[in-house]
Design a protein around this ligand. Structure first.
Ligand SMILES: [Mn+2]
Length: 340
């Protein structure tokens, strides 16, 4: 489908600095945040496909944590290298970070960035503007939607692989087109992606209906830990080291578990606390807000960040210290939201 018939989500965004930097570069590396999600990976695969069309460049991809199993069906997913200290024979002159709120969230060795221009394309309001060129716009529902607008600005076309990757990005970041970010324009973009070949049911089955049995056991174990606090307005679930061992599940299998906690009637904030699989003695805390609470701001008070309805932070300390700290912050947020 020709880009001439496609409508950008936001006409006032100037993509020229990004396009000029991409045209100048000889070796471009695309990357996304640790524990990547559908938006990070979908944006990465679509942009890789776009840039490959330019023909005169070496394009590669590197993620600290590779590609989660559920996104390996996307074209080019097998080309992503993983690890925190990338060994690249010829250094990239341009690194493009996708869907990543802070440089540290890329999880890469500092040496990796030396000598390269860094472009930061992201839609998190809490983005730390860590790039040499920052394309950060929280009006977008997903970074994938930004890549869609970039494609139009580059006057390139959609094809099956790009449409499928962008559809996966937008599907996952809008909570299956259910979140407030799923505006009429976002639905129209979804329609354009389907017209260009994306198959909604195929993507949905790949992403949501290929759970492993060990992942299902993890779900049961995790939901067993459910606790309700704040007079029914917060719901808490936990994933411990022991649960990983007993179920054989891994961190990818914990994806989406927090949404079950949020789905309880009356719950405004859901919290998932799990041990950090990389830093021993550290904890990863995820937040989901339903209507009134701003969990992005909540995570911000704990040194993290994210969106109004989905955010997270990392904390160090004993389990009980972390729990007390988070409980206090959640109760405060609920108190503030209730009085607004
Ligand atoms: Mn995103």
């Amino acid at each position: 489908m020709s880009s001439l018939s496609l409508q950008p989500l936001f006409e006032d965004v100037d993509w020229q600095p990004v396009i000029a930097a991409m045209h100048r570069a000889k070796h471009i590396v695309l990357t996304t945040h640790c524990n990547p999600d559908g938006d990070g990976i979908g944006s990465q695969m679509a942009l890789f496909d776009l840039l490959s069309e330019l023909g005169d460049k070496h394009i590669s991809m590197h993620n600290r944590d590779g590609v989660p199993r559920i996104y390996t069906f996307l074209k080019h997913a097998d080309k992503v290298q993983r690890g925190d200290a990338a060994i690249v024979a010829d250094k990239p002159d341009l690194i493009i970070a996708l869907d990543c709120g802070g440089r540290g969230r890329l999880g890469m060795d500092e040496a990796w960035f030396a000598g390269a221009t860094l472009i930061n394309i992201d839609h998190h309001a809490s983005n730390r503007l860590f790039g040499d060129i920052n394309m950060v716009d929280a009006r977008y529902c997903a970074t994938g939607a930004m890549i869609y607008d970039l494609l139009i600005a580059m006057e390139l076309s959609l094809n099956f692989d790009r449409a499928t990757a962008l559809y996966a990005a937008i599907l996952t970041d809008t909570g299956c087109f259910r979140l407030a970010s799923a505006t009429p324009d976002v639905y129209r973009m979804g329609a354009a992606l389907i017209e260009a070949g994306a198959r909604p049911w195929q993507v949905s089955v790949e992403v949501y209906e290929r759970r492993s049995l060990s992942g299902m056991k993890m779900m049961t174990a995790c939901l067993e830990t459910l606790k309700i606090r704040d007079a029914g307005r917060s719901a808490w679930v936990f994933v411990t080291e022991q649960m990983y061992q007993e179920t054989g599940a891994d961190v990818e299998d914990t994806e989406g578990l927090i949404d079950y906690a949020r789905s309880i009637d009356g719950v405004e904030i859901a919290v998932l606390i799990r041990s950090d699989e990389v830093n021993f003695g550290a904890w990863k805390v995820s937040f989901r807000g339903k209507t009134i609470a701003n969990v992005g701001a909540l995570a911000g008070t704990l040194g993290g960040g994210g969106h109004v309805h989905a955010a997270g932070c990392q904390l160090k300390g004993s389990y009980s210290q972390v729990l007390t700290q988070v409980q206090l912050a959640v109760s405060n947020t609920l108190r503030v939201s209730a009085s607004n």
